[in-house]
Ligand binder design. Sequence first.
Ligand SMILES: NC(=O)C1=CN([C@@H]2O[C@H](COP(=O)(O)OP(=O)(O)OC[C@H]3O[C@@H](n4cnc5c(N)ncnc54)[C@H](OP(=O)(O)O)[C@@H]3O)[C@@H](O)[C@H]2O)C=CC1
Ligand SMILES: O=C(O)[C@@H]1CCC=N1
Length: 269
Amino acid sequence: MSQRIAVIGAGKMGEALLSGMLRAGKQPGDLMATVRRAERAKLLRERYGIEIVTNAEAAKSADTLILAVKPQDMEVLLDELSPYVSANQLIVSVAAGITTGFIERRLTEGVPVVRVMSNTPVLVDEAMSAISPGAHAAEEHLRRTEEIFKPVGKTIRVPESQQDAVTALSGSGPAYFYYLVEAMTDAGLLLGLPRAVAHELVVQTAIGAAVMMRDSGEHPVILREAVTSPAGTTAVAVKELENHSVRAALIAALEAARNRSRELASGHE
Ligand SMILES: NC(=O)C1=CN([C@@H]2O[C@H](COP(=O)(O)OP(=O)(O)OC[C@H]3O[C@@H](n4cnc5c(N)ncnc54)[C@H](OP(=O)(O)O)[C@@H]3O)[C@@H](O)[C@H]2O)C=CC1
Ligand SMILES: O=C(O)[C@@H]1CCC=N1
């Protein structure tokens, strides 16, 4: 019989995972989800044809529970789930900052817990998902988790001690690229381009640059050098980026995100 998977707290990330699993060939009958609001339940039922159940029902019947609530809602959720969860189920948490230890301590002894930091490109099968085992998670549990996340992008295994840095880099990462696109589009406008044209130029340039980085195997410095002609336009633009400390700003931004992920964890020890 196929494994049943429940997404607990099907908000943005949970829904993205549900749609990814369906695109990857899971049947609606293999999946279920839980939500708080009735209108959200109706929407998910209509959109995906999956069963929307209570947290207790999901915990009683699913083989794998994917916890996708906000970090702040995790403690209350675990209290609700714990009477029903047993050590032959798998718990996968996608919440930022929540450690496997925090979850393990609130569930029956021996429950396998796997922590994943994914990102929203899960919606287009281009997620980056970093996977860490908890104290009771074995190879089989890591493989089951990879089966969920591989169809929606790339996966990597990392020690849990690296998860705060991963959250800062790839978890929040899409937002930094969108921010850059926004800023470049505004700059295009300032140079007199219509907004739609500026947007199209920036988005396609981002896609082209991303595909080159992925497919060429070249270091980004080499790729940048290939764009930079002597005394040309790119060299003066990069000089301005350096003058405005864009590199330092990125380092500071990632440090702040890593620290925030740690703070989320420290409130949940
Ligand atoms: N968004 C992102 O880019 C990423 C998010 N994450 C992590 O994913 C998790 C979810 O984030 P995101 O999807 O953005 O948040 P959302 O607020 O969109 O989703 C959380 C969902 O959980 C529901 N919920 C809360 N408590 C319960 C409960 N007790 N029972 C059932 N459902 C519940 C909420 O319901 P309601 O809407 O009614 O409040 C909501 O639909 C977070 O822990 C975040 O750290 C990880 C990587 C990237
Ligand atoms: O902003 C956040 O806290 C979540 C975690 C990573 C991306 N979004």
